[in-house]
Design a protein around this ligand. Sequence first.
Ligand code: HXC
Length: 258
Amino acid sequence: MEYKNLVVTIEDQIAIIKFNRPNVLNALNIETLLELEKILDELSNNDAVRVVILTGEGKAFVAGADISQMSKFNPQEARAFAQLGHRVLSKLENLDRPVIAAINGYALGGGCEIALACDLRIIAETAKIGQPEVNLGIIPGFGGTQRLARLCGAGVAKELIYTGDMISADEAYRIGLVNKVVPQDKLLDSAKEIAQKILQKGPGAIRLTKTVINRGLDSPLETAKELEIETFALCFASGEPQEGMKAFLEKRKPNWIK
Ligand code: HXC
């Protein structure tokens, strides 16, 4: 798979997508968003990949939307750009397997928003993250106002967005924006370690968990609880629990159905 602005590698059922425009700190232009959409579409049809890791080349994860491109937008083009970002990040959020953001450096604006659309965020201790759009006279437009508020609470989201502050990895961990802070040189290994752990579990159970959590968060609590009950029952139609529990009782590792 050849891309201009992304480098994609697949090994051991893990796809690593690396943003690769280091000269502009991996800023997101339209072309990069379309490439990200293309690889997500391809991966959603590739059962050999069970976990995805996103990271960046150089000193940034993604330093936001491409300001050179955005600076020329009229309102219609701005709307189309925000719509494109939303479409692609919804595909990322709803990809039916876990996605881990391995934040190697600056994750700003659209870069923070990409990380927010992932299931888990691991950050290098030297990286910085934030939503600095107000410095440019714009607001987050790829879901930041909503996903950040849902993940960290409205008060935290408003503080980060109103001030435009770039915060440290430790601060991001303190406010619950990231799951884990690791040394820069251990970042990818740590992400792969988590991916490997996930790969040992029932693939169907992981996929259904993601759906139940994502759909549940968009639903009233009673509906979400019903969804959990029905999905719990659905697990038993796959053969996976039968193998998982049999393996436990026989004191062996499960052989998950591929
Ligand atoms: C275009 C960018 C860029 C960006 C950096 N560059 N960020 N180009 N879009 N978002 C370019 C710089 O112009 C520069 O190009 C090169 O990358 C290196 O960046 P420097 O600024 O020289 O690096 P440094 O001094 O280390 O500062 C790093 C930085 C700073 C603090 C991350 O680059 C910065 O503040 N970038 C902008 C971050 C930002 O505001 N992001 C939010 C964008 S709005 P040259 O040619 O000079 O070498 C957004 C909205 C999303 O994301 C939603 C839209 C709908």
